[in-house]
Write a protein that binds this ligand. Structure first.
Ligand SMILES: O=C(O)CCC(=O)C(=O)O
Ligand SMILES: [Fe+2]
Length: 392
């Protein structure tokens, strides 16, 4: 595994399965279309920009542990800065040929790479094997929890095979010796602006907010127009077996409206009466339900009003669907993932879904509290780290 010419380290089970699932939840509720065809990404600055700065908390201990490992392995204690942290998923058709990670003039600051696999080859996706051009090991088979660490230079030229099915998800970090590329400094400054704004500290303010609508629009390559393609938030909700209901008139449907206006959730012939602030809010709760379904406890205090859909409501759902998912075959092709769909359909229950809403609120609140407590320390130390609070 260790070769002086090709410095690399493979760590098995470095992340727990729950850490992988939590990051998957964050990605599937927050990702935008990525920088290359069929790639989706969630950056930490995007989480701040969309009013979800609290989602940074689950990354903190993982970043810290990874940085320690990288510093230890390459013998550069206290010298490194995280340059970039991102969740990246690749769907059918995505691949990358031989390259090193510092292979552009604007990427020269990258010294080391850490790729954490958050899901598993054959179980969650097909294709997507990782290869090093020279040295051992030659091929890595992604498995949830494993990490590959390597230098970003030309001694570690690598490639990833095309994804042929499902969605391959990683947490990717780059490290730099150059302090001017310190991601922490940028994030602390963004977080300070975001959280010092008093309106972000009132109850109910932890709802996600839209980034520009085209960041959620998937267009088939090379055509880049609104005639075909789909909204990725709506697609993820639909593929889990749900429908989206908006009380707006069909004639009012527009890209902005879809992302900004309140929506409700439907399934089969039933409409769940709870109103979600916007599509991102709905997507977050649906993804949270999928993550936590097996451990949600139904409380008898949970109110869950479900009504039968009227004919006009059904028509509204169909009209909305054809507006946001203009190319249905493409949705199936890009996001098809048999195991995921199964998971949410096996034992669906509205009472459990109501429980997910409360559990999501508690979860969000807890992360937000932790962020508010941590930020003053981060500002003082100028580094993002797990602040050891009493009792935690
Ligand atoms: O996801 C991987 O296994 C590696 C991805 C990669 O090579 C890159 O993003 O530069
Ligand atoms: Fe790479």
């Amino acid at each position: 595994m260790e070769d002086a010419k090709h410095l690399r380290l493979i760590l098995r089970d470095f992340l727990t399965l729950n850490e992988c699932k939590e990051l998957e939840f964050i990605h599937k509720s927050s990702s935008t279309v990525g920088y290359r065809p069929n790639v989706f990404s969630t950056t930490l600055s995007h989480l701040i920009a969309t009013n979800c700065p609290h989602f940074i908390i689950p990354f903190v201990p993982i970043r810290e542990r990874l940085k320690e490992k990288v510093e230890e392995f390459f013998g550069c204690e206290y010298e490194l800065f995280v340059e970039f942290t991102g969740l990246i998923s690749w769907s059918k058709g995505a691949s990358i040929g031989w390259h090193s990670d510092d292979n552009r003039p604007y990427l020269k600051q990258r010294d080391f790479t850490a790729v954490c696999y958050l899901n598993t080859y054959a179980k969650d996706f097909k294709g997507g094997l990782f290869h090093f051009q020279d040295g051992e090991p030659t091929t890595l088979v992604p498995k949830a929890g494993d990490v590959a660490i390597y230098t970003a230079d030309s001694s570690n030229v690598h490639s990833v095979d095309e994804i042929t099915e499902g969605e391959r998800l990683t947490l990717t970090l780059w490290f730099s010796r150059d302090s001017t590329h310190d991601e922490d400094a940028k994030l602390i400054s963004l977080l300070s602006e975001n959280l010092l704004c008093s309106s972000n500290n009132v109850p109910g303010s932890k709802l996600p907010m839209l980034a520009s609508s085209n960041m959620y629009w998937f267009s088939p390559e090379p055509v880049s127009n609104q005639q075909s393609g789909f909204n990725i938030c709506c697609a993820r909700i639909h593929l889990l077996g749900f429908d989206i209901y908006s009380s707006q008139e069909k004639s009012c449907f527009s890209d902005i409206m879809i992302l900004m206006e309140p929506v409700k959730l439907a399934r089969a012939d039933e409409l769940f009466e709870h109103e979600f602030a916007n599509i991102l809010h709905l997507l977050q709760v649906v993804q949270f339900y999928c993550w936590k379904a097996s451990e949600l406890l139904i409380s008898c205090f949970e109110t869950c009003k479900v009504i039968q859909l009227s004919q006009s409501q059904k028509e509204n759902i169909i009209a909305l669907k054809s507006f946001v998912l203009r190319d249905h075959q493409l949705v199936e092709m890009v996001f098809s993932c048999v195991s995921n769909r199964q998971k949410c359909q096996d034992s669906f229950d509205w009472a459990k879904f109501s429980a997910a809403i409360s559990a999501w609120e508690d979860y969000t609140h807890k992360l937000h509290e932790e962020l508010l407590l941590s930020l003053p320390y981060w500002r003082t130390e100028r580094i993002i780290y797990s602040v050891p609070f009493k009792g935690s």
